[in-house]
Design a protein around this ligand. Sequence first.
Ligand code: SF4
Ligand code: F3S
Length: 104
Amino acid sequence: AYVVTENCIRCKYTDCVAVCPVDCFYAGENMLVIHPDECIDCGVCEPECPAGAIMPDSDPRAANWAALNAEYAAQWPNITEKIDPPADADAWNGKDGKRDLLSS
Ligand code: SF4
Ligand code: F3S
């Protein structure tokens, strides 16, 4: 499956949602995750994310994030349409240490 990783936090651009053919994104307060059992590995969301936060679970940078995606996809509501990102999304793009800022 594809996985949403750290740089989504506080960016939450949601461009990914608009292209997913199976609507397998789930939304927390400041990040989205992908449901691993619903993702069909089409890969179309990966280049759409302005934050570069989406990658296959085989990517070493996705380590630790696959479990988090699975956990929160089971708890958060499904999101199927793009929404406006946070007003300060661009300021957070690429910042280090966002893992601790995740709001569940
Ligand atoms: Fe959806 Fe395809 Fe991205 Fe999986 S890889 S989340 S199916 S767009
Ligand atoms: Fe997050 Fe990128 Fe989607 S920032 S909401 S994974 S477009």
